[in-house]
Write a protein that binds this ligand. Structure first.
Ligand SMILES: *[C@@H]1O[C@H](CO)[C@@H](O)[C@H](O)[C@H]1NC(C)=O
Length: 497
């Protein structure tokens, strides 16, 4: 077997990696486009980053899984600082980050057309990881007996856990920070969770502003007079209250941004923004109405530098339709991420009449099916059974909220609206789940010693470290598979088989 490692073009790596002096190298590993069809001989170069400053013979290998982004190099942060970096130092480990196929410069196909996206799926991605590890252990001096620990955030964390589940002979443990395991088509709970967080932290007055703002938008739609909405939300297109997809897109876009804010906020930030929305910081100039209050946060504070916003459905969909590499659709991976959602991950934050949150009620599943169909030019996405069947396979293959998996750890932030797509209690004594109080998405990446952290977060980081060290130790103590018997088996007599 051979391993093809191309030393990276320094031009690519240089700018992004220059700020550190940890010897991080950007390299490439040759992978088949299709792991499951030996007749398909095409291959591509998958990018990875490597930091070997601590590595000594037999030390563990820590692999960070992530979808790449335009600047994959930023992920050197995760292999040059933080919790796992510290653990690698303590254990003489090797640190690696692998770029997900179809993201960044890891491009298996000439473009991302519908036909060419068929190799973008979880199984091919996990096979990339497995093959990478097998070759690394075989070819890297000192790595043949190394234990392998995977980790990641969000979907990267899901991949880490699924990889451990699928390839336990190659992977000794996996930590998924804010990993989600339940692949469900519709996930309205995310918005209800976000709203509950605002209500609990910012208080009912703040939640009422959000509710009131969406009610005003809805009334404007129904009356057919959207001039105030248009002006206060700084829209740069003519809102057509006869176009259901435009109305759905507007509600969805605003709801999504508010929800993403909560997903990434630190606890005090929610309070700060609520003070802006309710006007407590401007007693002489209180908000004129709920929409004004909401816009003081959403427009004036959150996105002050944008001239205006185009949420028309055609304009937004157009940002996902260009299959060429380096286009607006692909450069940050938004088309690829949408593909993963439309075909395997789902979790569309739907909203309809009777939904348990106030973020509008116009983006039901038909809106998302239309989006998938338009983005990929494949009308079958609009069939009600289609996404259900395909996305359902993910849980069928990995067990959804009840996977049979050991030596894994899932950590969730109590404020993360996606946390309920993960088990929230231990799966078994070797598959623990920890929900971190008053924290949002993946706040547990940093060193244990970060001083600004709340005590519970510091405590959880200590547990993450202990778990990882325990997996390595347990794995090293496992009896190796006995070698095959050396005695020659008796020859098979011809004709007796
Ligand atoms: C639309 O609403 C705005 C302000 O909310 C109001 O000034 C305007 O007169 C209304 N236009 C019509 C045609 O009702």
């Amino acid at each position: 077997m051979r391993i093809i490692l191309l030393v990276a073009l320094t031009a690519l790596a240089g700018c992004a990696l220059g700020q550190h002096d940890h010897g991080v190298r950007s390299r490439f590993f040759n992978q088949p486009v299709d792991h499951f069809n030996p007749f398909d001989r095409r291959n591509f170069d998958q990018r990875f980053l490597e930091n070997s400053e601590f590595f000594q013979d037999g030390g563990p290998i820590y692999i960070y899984l992530t979808v790449g982004e335009r600047f994959f190099g930023v992920y050197d942060t995760f292999i040059t600082s933080g919790l796992v970096y510290d653990i690698a130092e303590e254990t003489n480990g090797l640190l690696i980050a692998i770029e997900h196929r179809y993201f960044g410069v890891s491009r298996p196909t000439v473009d991302t057309s519908f036909q060419n996206l068929q190799w973008l799926n979880i199984h091919q991605t996990l096979a990339d990881v497995a093959r990478f590890i097998a070759h690394l252990k075989e070819n890297r001096p000192g790595a043949e007996n190394s234990r392998v620990i995977l980790w990641g955030r969000g979907y990267g964390g899901s991949l880490a856990i699924w990889a451990r589940q699928k390839y336990p002979h190659l992977i000794d443990g996996a930590w998924g920070s804010s990993a989600v395991l339940d692949a469900t088509v519709e996930y309205p709970q995310a918005l209800a969770n976000a709203y509950t967080t605002v209500n609990n932290i910012g208080g009912p007055e703040c939640a009422a502003v959000i509710r009131g703002a969406f009610e005003m938008i809805d009334e404007a739609f129904m009356e057919g007079n959207t001039s105030y909405v248009q002006e206060r939300l700084r829209l740069c297109y003519d809102l057509d209250s006869g176009n259901v997809y435009d109305l759905a897109r507007l509600d969805y876009s605003i709801a999504l941004e508010s929800y993403l804010f909560i997903q990434n906020a630190r606890y005090p930030e929610i309070d700060e923004k609520c003070i802006i929305m309710t006007g407590l910081n401007t007693p002489d100039d209180p908000p004129l109405n709920p929409l004004d209050g909401f816009a003081r946060w959403y427009i004036d504070d959150l996105q002050p530098n944008r001239d205006c916003f185009d949420y028309s459905n055609d304009a937004v969909t157009a940002q996902y339709t260009d299959p060429t590499w380096d286009s607006i659709s692909t450069i940050d991976g938004r088309r690829q991420k949408l593909w993963l959602r439309c075909t395997q991950l789902g979790a569309f934050t739907t909203s309809e009449e009777g939904s348990d949150h106030p973020y509008g009620r116009r983006f039901d599943i038909r809106f998302f099916r239309r989006w998938c169909a338009d983005a990929f030019g494949f009308e079958t996405f609009t069939d009600p059974w289609f996404m259900q069947d395909f996305i359902g396979l993910t849980n069928e293959h990995f067990g959804g909220l009840n996977p049979k998996v050991y030596r894994i750890l899932i950590t969730q932030g109590e404020m993360d609206p996606l946390r309920t797509l993960s088990p929230l209690e231990d799966l078994n004594s070797q598959a623990r789940v920890i929900v971190i109080n008053l924290e949002s998405f993946s706040r547990d990446m940093g060193s244990v010693s970060e001083v600004q952290d709340y005590p519970h977060l510091i405590e959880v980081k200590g547990i993450i470290r202990e778990e990882i060290l325990r997996w390595i130790q347990a794995s090293e103590q496992e009896q190796p598979t006995p070698p095959p018997p050396t005695t020659t088996p008796p020859p098979i007599e011809p004709g007796r088989e």
